[in-house]
Ligand binder design. Structure first.
Ligand SMILES: [Zn+2]
Length: 188
């Protein structure tokens, strides 16, 4: 949680699509902010369309400030904070992130990515967000959960991805031993 008491708002928890809640000092939610292909977007509470509000390192603050200004101008009706982890473990994960266009090309890319995750023993926790956006995944070797990028997980130039999966995972040698895709590659 990022505290920003002097500004009148604070940034709360992210939902499973990596969209952070923006809250008033009273704890009411005025919208969500999220990063998408390098830019930051703001989604006002109750709205269905997000708008681009910033880039780079301070884009999150730009997007949050925008929501707070809209709220102060009376254009956002705050809502009770929506829970960030409504997802039961066995709920079906959608194929595509809600920010993705739903068409044959994106569905095909998503199926390829999900199959690739499975081959390297990752489980998606949310819909495919594209190769360069954070994708919440679970490590099936140890149970770790966090964000990874498909552009990293898929490997490069036909080589498998790094066996160093995330801090705290099992040793790289064991990773290679338990994942058949590594033994099929002459490079590893
Ligand atoms: Zn792990």
């Amino acid at each position: 949680m990022i505290q920003n008491d002097s500004s009148g708002y604070r940034i709360g928890e992210a939902d499973r699509d990596c969209r952070w809640a923006v809250l008033t000092s009273d704890g009411e939610q005025i919208g969500r902010i999220f990063r998408w292909h390098g830019a930051w977007f703001a989604l006002p509470a109750g709205a269905t369309d997000a708008t681009r509000q910033g880039d780079g390192g301070d884009g999150s603050e730009s997007a949050a400030r925008y929501l707070f200004a809209e709220y102060q101008a009376g254009r956002i009706t705050p809502q009770p904070e929506t829970p960030s982890q409504p997802q039961a473990r066995d709920d079906a994960v959608p194929l595509l992130h809600p920010g993705m266009r739903d068409n044959d090309r994106t569905r095909s890319a998503a199926r390829t990515a999900v199959a690739g995750l499975d081959a390297y023993r990752w489980a998606p926790l949310a819909g495919y967000p594209g190769s360069d956006n954070p994708w919440p995944v679970r490590c099936q070797l140890c149970g770790w959960e966090g964000n990874r990028y498909w552009s990293h997980l898929r490997g490069r130039n036909g080589n498998p991805p790094s066996p160093y999966r995330h801090p705290g995972c099992i040793d790289a040698d064991k990773v290679r031993a338990v994942i058949p895709a590594y033994t099929r590659s002459p490079q590893n």
